[in-house]
Every structure is written in C-alpha cells, then in structure tokens.
Design a protein around this ligand. Sequence first.
Ligand SMILES: [Zn+2]
Length: 198
Amino acid sequence: MSDQELATINVTTLISNRDQSGRVHIEGPGVKLQLIADDARALAGNIAEAATFAEADAFLFAFARQTIGADVNAAAVLLSEFREFREARIGPRPEVPAMAEESGRVNQYVCRGSRGVITTANLVEGTTPFLVECRAKVGCTGMMESQFYRVDQSLAPGFEWFRPSLREAGKLGNAMVEHVKAGGLDLRPATPTAGGRD
Ligand SMILES: [Zn+2]
C-alpha cells in the first residue's frame, strides 16, 4: 500500500526558542508535535495504557472463543460490552493537548495532481494536517502535501491557518469541531490585516 504505513515516527528533544522550556518533538508523516515535558509524559502514559488494554482485549477475545466457545460475532459483542464497562469504571482521562506547530511559521503544500503550490502561515499555535484539498488550481481534485515547514520562512503566505470558534467549526461538521477541540486549525485565504487575535 502506501509508503506512509512503513514510515517511522521520530522522537527528539529541543529547547523552545520562545520560553527556553524543554520540549519533546514528535515527527512523522502527518504528525508534528511539540509537547512540554508533562504533556509528553501524559501522552506516553496514554500509549502505555492503550498497549495494556490492547493485550487485555486480545486475551478476553481468545478466552471467549476458546473457553466459552463463543463464535466470532458473540466474542466481538462481549468485547464491546467489556470495553464500555471498563470505560465507565475508569472514567474520563486527562486529554493530552496536541500543542503543535508554533505561531508565525510558514509552510508550503504541494499538490500531488497539479503540482500547484500554496504558502501558508500559522496565525496561532495549533495542529495542521499533512494533507489538504488542492487550493492551488480551481477544479483540481488532488490532495496537497505538507512540506513540514522546510521552506523559506520569509515567503509571503497566500493562506493562513487560524483557530475557528467552536460555533464556526460547527457549521463545518462534527469532524471539524473535534479537530478544533484537539487544537486543530483551519485554513483560509490570508487576510492582510489579521494578527493573532486568539
Ligand atoms: Zn492540484
């Protein structure tokens, strides 16, 4: 399939230019996070917990099949009920804010189809997607790929990443609301007078 499935995620550390705090930098295709140490620990905790749950799910599924003699469908139902029970018992866990790309950074997206290029700037800190629908050429249905900020930072942006209000996001559907709640930004043509009014 795509080479993205074989890609690796790199975890490195750096010192923030802005406040000199230590940051954990996580980068891979479609992923670019800079987390303060506490959030990085919380993320690691969530991943470790998920690994434990994944094993527990597999054990339960095998137990249902082999010991109870459940068929695949019955085992799946049991697993689903077990997960709901577990979630209710544990309750909500702290969300890891995906504090990502810093405000003011300039990026480019290149279309896989038309090879068109757009330049973007981040008005506020937040997360941006690896792929966006082509905005370089009218009528193009291709997807544009992020260049991961490895572009000339003095380029003038034609588009800007901004943080919509939840009400604005709601007009674009539930997926956008979830995206914004998780720190995600939305893209619009650059507004010359805009300046981080977040
Ligand atoms: Zn295109």
